[in-house]
Design a protein around this ligand. Structure first.
Ligand code: ASP
Ligand code: MG
Length: 470
């Protein structure tokens, strides 16, 4: 079997954790006398990417002291991890030399940027890549320390080619597939475990790109699809995807199995965040994606696949999305005039406001939308400036609302689900402010006041028996 193992930053940042994941790799490499091909994809150590991002301010202010403090911190974190994990003296020395070399290069680049007090999307991607560039040799040498053959590579080295959309690059899959296969297959034939930096690719001009936050998930599934892997494991410190947020519902359960389409509805808001586009490559190639807890191996985790067992429970999860605000725009001028919605959404899009939920009744006299509370100021200002008093006559805002989403592909075509949902929340005396359901019937979402959110989630979790079976 060909297996991709992605290790998140939270399972790499301490010697005891790193030792655990090395043991996991060893046991997957040889399972009951059968040898598997293993490819590891690694994130930066926990917190490192955030720390790199926080350098943009000091760089633009020309603050050299902040850069020095940061580089010293990086040196200590990574060298300590090597000292405490790699027991073989020769390997330890080699690993240290490699990491110190990478840190020197990192420092040179940061010194250059601070000198000109400038950071562009392209140079930011270049500096962001150092988080994973530093963690990958450490994992590789830790595997060697366990007598496993291993080599480390960047996403660029293995041939992940992307567009030049720095910060959110997308892979050019055909080229990537050719290059990744040419690079990885000979290594796997020689029983080498390649350790690849997650998050990083290169554009066609050879500039380093990054795939967006949590991009290591995406790297793992891109590689899986390229080499036609049998399974992808995302190892972190959570058991799997849950029926609800356990801080709201005491008896929330881990789901054994869900479909790709259901997972896509859940991974942005649950306890386990997965890169939004990471499901695409494995979904297209039908490769199961397993979410596992590296520190709770007896737990089977959640498997995301096409072939989900038929079960009685058509609802899989109740999700609460907090920190949202509702914006309602209306006016007689909107009725029957084509292009109104386009103008409103275009104005918001130009101001980088992301809209999470939309609803418009057939009278067309108003459009309601829900957005992240952090975007509210921008949204109101841009609409007021451009459209208020012209296309739209009123603009009202309700802050402190939450979205409750009921997810489950099994509800498609089943009658009475909406009735059950709204009866259940009405019994809890919760007022529903806005509703949206796409025609895919994969989810039904509604907006409530934030103070009512927990009661709504709890009552639905119980109503659909999510604490019991699957
Ligand atoms: N290090 C990157 C991040 O923190 C990528 C990843 O961890 O998946 O977003
Ligand atoms: Mg991460």
């Amino acid at each position: 079997m060909k297996i991709i193992m992605k290790f998140g930053g939270s399972v790499l940042n301490e010697p005891s954790k790193l030792n655990k994941i090395i043991k996991i790799c060893a046991s997957f490499k040889n399972t009951n006398g059968v040898k598997n091909d293993i490819v590891c994809v690694v994130s930066a150590l926990s917190g490192v990417t955030d720390k790199i991002l926080s350098l943009t301010g000091p760089i633009m202010k020309g603050n050299r002291d902040a850069i020095k403090i940061f580089v010293d911190d990086m040196r200590i974190i990574h060298i300590n991890l090597i000292e405490e994990t790699i027991t073989d003296k020769v390997l330890r020395l080699e690993a240290k030399e490699i990491v110190l070399g990478i840190i020197d290069e990192f420092q040179d680049i940061l010194d250059g940027l601070v000198l000109i007090s400038e950071i562009t999307p392209r140079s930011l991607d270049h500096v962001l890549s150092f988080g994973e560039r530093l963690s990958s040799p450490i994992v590789c040498y830790s595997l060697r320390n366990e007598k496993l053959k291993s080599e480390y590579y960047t996403g660029k080295d293995v041939g992940i080619v992307t567009d030049s959309n720095f910060g959110e690059a997308r892979p050019l899959m055909n080229t990537t597939k050719l290059r990744v296969n040419a690079k990885l297959l000979p290594l796997l034939q020689q029983d080498v475990i390649p350790v690849i930096t997650g998050f990083i690719g290169t554009d066609q001009h050879g500039h380093i790109t990054t795939l967006g936050r949590s991009g290591s998930d995406y790297t793992a599934t891109i590689i899986a699809s390229c080499i036609n892997a049998n399974e992808v494991y995302l190892w972190s410190d959570v058991d799997g995807l849950l029926t609800a947020d356990p801080s709201i519902v005491d008896n929330a359960r881990v789901l054994d199995e869900i479909s790709f389409t259901e997972a896509a509805e859940m991974v942005l808001f649950g306890a386990k965040y997965i890169h939004p586009r990471a499901l695409e490559p494995v979904m297209d190639s039908n490769i199961p994606l397993k979410i596992r807890n590296a520190f709770n191996l007896s737990h089977p985790g959640t498997t995301i696949t096409h072939d989900v067992k038929i079960s009685d429970n058509y609802i899989k999860s109740i999700i609460a999305i907090r920190n949202t605000a509702l914006l309602d725009v209306g006016g007689g001028g909107m009725v029957g005039s084509p292009g109104t919605a386009a103008i409103i959404f275009d104005t918001l899009a130009k101001n980088k406001v992301n809209i999470m939920m939309i609803s418009q009744g057939p009278s067309e006299s108003s459009i309601s939308m829900v957005l992240n509370k952090a975007d509210l100021g921008k949204a109101i200002a841009s609409l007021e400036l451009k459209l208020l008093g012209k296309l739209i006559k009123h603009l009202s805002v309700q802050e402190d609302v939450s979205i409750v989403t009921v997810v489950g592909s099994g509800m498609r075509g089943i009658k009475g689900i909406a009735g059950k949902i709204f009866t259940s929340v009405a019994k809890e005396n919760v007022n529903v402010i806005m509703i949206a359901q796409g025609s895919s019937e994969l989810n039904l979402a509604f907006v409530v006041r934030d103070v009512d959110c927990d009661r709504a989630v709890k009552s639905l979790h119980k109503e659909f028996g999510l604490d019991k079976t699957q």
